[in-house]
Ligand binder design. Structure first.
Ligand code: PAF
Length: 302
């Protein structure tokens, strides 16, 4: 396996992709903010599966300032390009696109880089993460739309860990007829269940122990979902109460499209449980599938 080629500018990226386009090769994009881990590696493998051995897998690494609000962790977000490149080198990636802020938002340094045409995430972007992180989804959609424009992928792979983000990207692609297949990849977890996240590296040893209550809460909800959505939520809350320093932002059961579940969903209804919480100064999110009122077991989140 050869190491991927690193492109830092739009023109380098365009030059690298033009032959692939001419040859009709499929292009798969994995957008990331770097600080890569096994979860990202699994997205790269999925992109390769999607485009085949002849296709091109592009990984973008860009910490997008537009999706961080005031007081969030933009400045301390881990930037680990060397280590990231080593991971992409093990995963059959063809191109790593790691642009500067100026390259993505020309004029940023002079204060004129903010796009004037923006994207409104709509009602789906106003709930859950959208209600605590105003502007986050609008900024995320802008950069994803830009990356789609710069890379021109046939397929783009995103993690289900950011479930609302994935739903919004699917909605954007559908509403704006972008013609890109958006593929969601299952959340990867530590052995004790904690969802892999670039932000886990902020956790001190005590906080790391506390953080595991979040995934335990979701697993408890999966076990209790046979008895209904209320029972699932109660089980999750009971688990979270065992934590001493987990500050819940939201813990909710929704329909799979993040809408409200009907009052008495028929047995076998698929649903989602989502949590966001602060553990110390670190904000973590997680989610899992639920099968309500069915004794055949819940979804297959691993
Ligand atoms: O999920 C992320 O890492 C980011 O939100 C994304 C999709 C790369 C956009 O900056």
């Amino acid at each position: 396996m050869t190491a991927p080629v690193l492109a830092s500018t739009r023109s380098e990226l365009a030059a690298l992709l033009s032959d692939a386009r001419r040859a009709g090769q499929r292009i798969g994009l994995v957008p990331t903010m770097g600080a890569l881990h096994e979860g990202h590696a699994s997205l790269m493998r999925m992109a390769r599966e999607q485009v085949g051995a002849d296709g091109k897998v592009v990984v973008s690494i860009f910490v997008n300032p537009l999706q961080f609000g005031a007081g969030e962790d933009l400045d301390r977000y881990p930037r680990t390009l060397e280590a990231d490149l080593a991971i992409t080198a093990q995963e059959d990636v063809d191109i790593v696109f790691a642009p500067s802020v100026e390259e993505v938002y020309p004029g940023w340094a002079q204060g004129s880089g903010q796009p004037q045409v923006t994207l409104d995430p709509g009602p789906l972007g106003a709930i859950l993460e959208g209600s605590t992180r105003p502007g986050h989804f609008a900024g995320m959609l802008i950069v994803v739309a830009k990356l789609f424009g710069l890379v021109g992928p046939d397929v783009a792979v995103f993690g289900e860990k950011d479930y609302q983000q994935l739903a919004l990207i699917r909605r954007m692609v559908e509403d704006l007829c972008l013609g890109i297949d958006v593929v969601g990849a299952p959340t990867r977890r530590e052995r004790d269940g904690l969802a892999l996240s670039s932000r886990n590296r902020y956790l001190g040893p005590e906080e790391r122990l506390e953080a595991v209550h979040l995934s335990r809460a979701l697993f408890a909800a999966q076990d209790a979902a046979a008895y209904g959505a209320g029972a699932a939520l109660d089980a999750a809350h009971a688990e979270v109460r065992r934590a001493t320093s987990v500050d819940i932002d939201y813990l909710v059961v929704t329909a799979v499209d993040l809408g409200e579940l009907p009052e008495a969903p028929p047995a076998g209804t698929e649903a989602r449980i989502l949590v966001a919480a602060r553990v110390g100064s670190t904000r973590l999110i997680d989610n899992m599938s639920l099968t309500i009122g069915s004794t055949t077991g819940s979804g297959s989140d691993s």
